[in-house]
Design a binder for this molecule. Structure first.
Ligand SMILES: O=C(O)CCC(=O)C(=O)O
Ligand SMILES: [Fe+2]
Length: 285
């Protein structure tokens, strides 16, 4: 039999990807495992961003980056202006109000249907140990990998001039891996907990959008795992400067129920090449 999947083999593959000495996701009930969860949850609750530097081992990052680089030529190109408040009705605000501001999103997106089901991006996604780790970080009773043929695994690739303008996310959290950074620019920037459901704090949001206040600019070296809760934290990927290499990030999606598939509209929005501005899901256009 060729390459039988034994327990030992599985453990070796996990250890190839994940630095289990620093991040013992194979043994979360150990003292080290519990400490890891506690530390990470603390960071997440405080900053809405939990960064795990060096989560992936260097040879795995090389392998993942190779696979992604080969897919770059087929990436969907998106380029449209968009408000930061995608889930709201943003009509009837003055033109210079944060709710009216249109911010450019231009980048390449590789979707699940374009990714080799036997490749390394898929193999990493499939580890139950990783799903269980994320479940414990989020504190959910259950967590499953989604079944979406388009967005279970998503790869963003950004070249010179690409950016992902200021916005809030509409989902509960994003799990992503930094695979490659460009030579210049393209940094992730964010303003933690700048809004809440009861206090929109438009002056604070405008301060960040207008460069009057500085956002946080965390270091995200290749191999970093990040868990980000972006509903209340304004964030963007800054414009990529002159570079010989693209910015590559690998995103995994999960849901509390099994079999989740993203609505057709979401898939279209994420892969659409239409240059039409997006004012928000509830905005009359
Ligand atoms: O690529 C990034 O760092 C940001 C992407 C992002 O914020 C998003 O996809 O919602
Ligand atoms: Fe986002």
């Amino acid at each position: 039999m060729k390459n039988p999947i034994t327990k030992e083999n599985h453990a070796q593959r996990l250890n190839f990807y994940v630095n289990l000495d620093r991040y013992p996701i194979h043994d979360l009930d150990s003292e080290a495992g519990k400490a890891l969860i506690e530390r990470s949850r603390e960071m997440m609750n405080r900053d809405t961003l939990c960064l795990m530097e060096g989560f992936l081992r260097a040879p795995a990052v090389v392998e993942l980056s190779k696979e992604i680089t080969q897919l770059e030529s087929v990436a969907h190109r998106i380029d449209y202006p968009c408000t930061a408040y995608g889930w709201m009705d943003n009509s009837d605000f003055p033109p210079d109000h944060p709710r009216s501001r249109l911010l450019r999103r231009n980048c390449g997106v590789i979707t699940t249907d374009q990714i080799d089901p036997k490749g390394s991006c898929t193999e990493l996604y499939q580890f139950d140990e990783l799903t269980e780790f994320i479940r414990r970080l989020l504190g959910y009773d259950t967590l499953y990998r989604t079944s979406c043929p388009t967005l279970s695994i998503q790869i963003n690739v950004m070249d010179q001039g690409d950016r992902f303008g200021w916005h809030f996310d509409t989902n509960d959290g994003v799990v992503s891996f930094t695979i490659q950074n460009p030579d210049n620019g393209g940094g992730f920037e964010y303003a933690p907990l700048i809004r809440s459901e009861s206090e929109e704090n438009y002056s604070g949001v405008a301060g960040i959008m207008n460069d009057a206040n500085q956002p946080r600019r965390p270091d995200m070296t290749p191999g970093t795992l990040s868990l980000f809760l972006g509903r209340r934290s304004l964030h963007r990927a800054a414009v990529v400067g002159p570079t010989a290499r693209t910015r590559q990030s690998l995103l995994f999606s999960y849901d509390r129920k099994p079999g989740m598939v993203f609505p057709e509209k979401t898939c279209q929005r994420i892969t659409s090449s239409s240059p039409e501005p997006y004012y928000g899901a509830l905005t009359n256009q």
